[in-house]
Ligand binder design. Structure first.
Ligand SMILES: Cc1cc2nc3c(=O)[nH]c(=O)nc-3n(C[C@H](O)[C@H](O)[C@H](O)COP(=O)(O)OP(=O)(O)OC[C@H]3O[C@@H](n4cnc5c(N)ncnc54)[C@H](O)[C@@H]3O)c2cc1C
Length: 422
């Protein structure tokens, strides 16, 4: 059927809502986004503070994401890569663990690093080879278990799990217990193996900004919180009522459960993260690499220097340091405690770092119901309303975009549409 003129009301201007709107617009429908916040982007935003670009929590775009890669113009995002591997702080020093298939210069150093045994490193290579031959659809059909159990079953030593996987995947899953679905582990491991972790040169916000720029002027209405929805329309907090041909809920999982209690979706548990930003007159690393806490104790999980990845993240002659802590620890002297911890990692220069901002994100990643991750259509339908978001495919940029695109396709293939103007 023709989608021409179909007015689709989308609640939420995160990546799922934006991807949905872009696909609808490209197919001739007319999307309208109602966003509660002051700008689109949802959990992918960047603030400018004293000329530094502060992403709202450290996050990366994996350039192997298949569907996001087709939707986004990666060239204009000007993606800057992290090195494939990490520095792991353990035993009082930094140990380098690199992907030796991409950077064989580090073969000896990586093989000898006391971060797991040589057979652990061979197991990593084997897993990389096996997952490179496994499609995402096949991963979605794999038996689901916790990542910890999966790694144990795969034969990794407890040292490798504790020193490397807990901190590396702790920074991705925002939990160190490795209780996240093994399918999600396989998916992210495959993405890291096939591509690189990247940052857009001008901050993560460039991703939603690019999607927003593909929509007609006036499509996105910021500051418009939706308080009620029905199959043919919505009500804003201001009391304004708007009618449309289709309604899509593209909020986070908690907001969706509150807007649509009848779907009986429980509000999910959330994983939280805190990110402390510091300015320095030089980088403690001078390379685009992620540093992990392999000690098993302390507040810090991972550190990087975004301005080493893209100089635009800091004003000329300065460096931006990003420090991630899992959860939301709230001691009054948090910055001082973090700096004291990092002095052991980077030396006394840390005392000269200047605290710029602490970003605390309570609802960073939803815990996915077992069996939901990567499987199913990526959206839900209830009483004529479609629901999408990262909680319905995978808690990631790729997951949000896939969910939004599939929801748009479902809207476009729904008949019995009448034309109304909001
Ligand atoms: C700190 C952090 C680190 C991350 N790291 C990575 C990473 O490295 N790689 C990766 O791929 N992913 C990462 N993610 C996950 C990724 O950012 C999210 O999965 C994705 O952005 C979610 O998009 P979404 O559109 O589903 O939801 P959201 O971004 O939450 O968008 C929902 C939107 O709905 C709006 N809204 C809510 N209620 C209403 C209402 N009643 N009316 C109107 N609007 C409403 C909200 O304001 C929001 O803009 C990270 C997330 C965080 C927070």
């Amino acid at each position: 059927m023709s989608a021409s003129g179909k007015n689709v009301l989308i609640i939420g201007g995160g990546l799922a809502g934006l991807a949905c709107a872009v696909r609808l617009h490209d197919q001739g429908a007319r999307p309208w986004i109602f966003e509660a916040g002051d700008a689109p982007g949802g959990r992918v935003r960047t603030d400018v503070v004293e000329g530094f670009l502060l992403d709202r929590g450290f996050q990366v775009y994996l350039d192997a994401y298949p569907e996001a890669g087709v939707l986004l113009d990666k060239t204009s995002l000007d993606l800057r890569r992290f090195k494939s591997g990490a520095l792991v702080y353990c035993g009082g020093r930094m140990r380098r663990v690199m992907d030796v298939f991409r950077d064989p210069r580090h073969l000896l150093e990586s093989a000898c690093a006391p971060v797991g045994s040589v057979s652990d490193k061979l197991r990593v290579a084997l897993l990389k080879w096996r997952l490179s031959r496994t499609s995402i659809e096949e991963i979605a059909a794999h038996e689901d278990m916790t990542t910890e159990k999966y790694l144990q079953r795969a034969g990794f030593s407890s040292r490798m799990i504790d020193v490397f996987f807990r901190s590396f995947y702790g920074g991705i899953f925002l939990e160190r217990e490795l209780s996240t679905s093994s399918r999600m582990f396989e998916f992210t491991f495959k993405m890291f193996s096939q591509g690189s972790a990247t940052l857009p040169a001008r901050g993560m916000v460039e991703i939603p900004r690019q999607l927003s720029s593909r929509l007609p002027d006036g499509t996105i209405r910021p500051g418009a919180r939706v308080v009620e929805i029905r199959a043919g329309g919505i009500t804003l907090e201001s009391g304004e009522q708007i009618a449309g041909d289709a309604v899509v809920v593209a909020t986070d999982a908690t907001a969706a459960a509150r807007l649509m209690p009848a779907t009986a979706s429980a509000e999910p548990a959330w994983r939280s993260v805190s990110c402390l930003y510091f300015a320095a007159d030089h980088s403690p690393l001078r390379e685009a690499i992620i540093v992990l806490n392999g000690t098993g104790s302390g507040l810090v999980n991972n550190v990087c220097v975004p301005s080493d990845v893209s100089p635009d993240y800091a004003p000329p002659g300065q460096a931006l340091i990003s420090v991630s802590l899992l959860g939301m620890p709230e001691p009054a002297d948090l910055e001082a405690q973090v700096l004291e911890e990092l002095e052991a990692w980077f030396g006394s220069d840390v005392r000269k770092w200047r605290h710029l901002r602490t970003v605390r994100i309570e609802r960073a990643l939803p815990e996915l119901e077992s069996g939901v991750g990567l499987a199913g259509p990526g959206f839900r339908r209830h009483a004529g309303i479609l629901i999408c978001g990262d909680h319905l495919w995978s808690a990631s940029i790729e997951g949000a975009i896939i969910s939004g695109l599939r929801t748009a396709d479902a809207v476009l293939h729904t008949s019995s549409i009448t034309k109304r103007v909001p």
